[in-house]
Design a protein around this ligand. Structure first.
Ligand code: ZN
Length: 375
């Protein structure tokens, strides 16, 4: 039987030790193993990296931001190029967000109504109005394999009444997104569960959102500044309401410990700007924790930035050299740090998938956390 949706989940194994999932997501631009980390290419580029480099690191899917591409260069320009894949020469899968998160976080909305959100562009201050219908139109122009519903990412902390009203509006916006989506045969629309930090609201939103027959579902509004135990509590409470036969995506999560918590809770997909942003600030992730490679103490350290890593950067260069490049403001230094960080998270996910396949994810999680946080 032909798959019902252009993007679908194939389950491979459930970890007997933890219940975490190993699977494969199929898209019109290839398939990738899950749990997966998706590098972020905000403005149709993973900052500093060529698509060939991102591909050789093993990434099968990247994320791009609707908000940024809408404001610059404009979605018509990208549609004219034949869509985002062709525009940026990326052969793999692409996911675009709805623009909602950036409108709420970057552009500081002037007015949120049932109709949509009024805000000022962060580029030139121009007044803009984004609606569920317009977000779908832009994402149809961009042509990503997975597109996201326009939702309100509830600020943290939020009052119960606000969170309740907000999630109800997100559900009504999802119905409008489904109605406006022009390419359901080639682009998979995912719904987003909200509900802030209230268990009953998370349940209510999950039940409402998953009642729509969509190819996948996401959890939004977590990892927005709340304490980690609250994050874990909300996550554990929400995932059981999500269908088992569709991909589950936890939005905006990418620190090693949160990725592991997400997989343990049954999540398949993650994205975060952290590895590239940290890289550009001269900080790298290693198996023994974060390392500020700009620090003076690495001036004469002739070991690789992460001696346990086999990435292009760590195989060929020393901490001393990378630090020198950063201090001299050489672009190559930022590129090396970014390369390593993205590789590190992709490799971490690969090791997580191996642990799930071999029913030992709890052991792996314990060993990794001890080494990462106590070294
Ligand atoms: Zn490395």
């Amino acid at each position: 039987m032909a798959p019902k949706f252009p993007v679908y989940y194939e389950h491979i194994h459930t970890c007997k030790q933890t219940g975490a999932r190993l699977g494969r997501v199929h898209t019109p631009h290839g398939s990738f193993m899950t749990p997966v980390f998706m590098p972020v290419g905000t403005a149709a580029s993973v900052k500093g990296m060529s698509p060939e480099e991102v591909s050789e690191m093993g990434a099968g899917i990247i994320l791009s931001n609707t908000y940024h591409l809408w404001l610059r260069p404009g979605s018509e320009i990208i549609a004219g190029a034949g869509g985002l894949h062709k525009f940026m020469n990326w052969p793999g899968a692409v996911l675009t967000d709805s623009g909602g998160f950036q409108v709420f976080s970057l552009a500081k909305p002037k007015n949120i109504t049932e109709d949509g959100v009024l805000f000022n562009s962060h580029i030139d201050g121009a007044k803009k109005f984004l609606t569920p219908e317009l977000s779908m139109k832009i994402q149809n122009d961009l042509g990503a394999d997975i597109i996201m519903a326009f939702d309100e990412c509830c600020p943290y902390p939020a009052k119960y009444e606000y969170a309740d009203k907000s999630l109800e509006m997100t559900t009504r916006w999802l119905a409008r997104c489904i109605e406006a989506h022009q390419k359901p045969d080639t682009q998979a629309l995912f719904g987003i569960i909200q509900g802030s930090m209230y268990k009953d609201l998370r349940q209510k939103s999950a039940e409402q959102i998953t009642s729509f027959d969509l190819p996948g579902f996401a959890i939004g509004g977590l990892s927005v500044g709340e304490p980690k135990d609250l994050f874990c509590e909300m996550l554990a409470h929400t995932v059981p309401y999500m269908p088992e036969d569709k991909p589950r995506y936890l939005m905006g999560v990418g620190t090693p410990d949160y990725l592991i918590e997400g997989v343990l809770a049954g999540i398949d997909m993650f994205d975060c700007v952290l590895p590239s942003r940290m890289g550009r600030h001269g900080t790298i992730l290693t198996s023994t924790g974060r390392k500020i490679i700009r620090d003076k103490k690495y001036a004469d350290c002739y070991l690789p930035p992460d001696p346990e890593c086999d990435c292009y950067c760590c195989r060929n260069y020393t901490s001393s050299y990378v630090r020198h490049l950063l201090k001299a403001n050489e672009m190559f230094g930022l590129r090396l740090c970014t390369y390593h960080n993205i590789y590190f998270l992709l490799k971490l996910m690969e090791r997580i998938r191996e642990a799930v396949a071999e029913d030992r994810l709890a052991d792996f999680a314990k060993d990794f956390q001890e080494k990462f946080y106590n070294s």
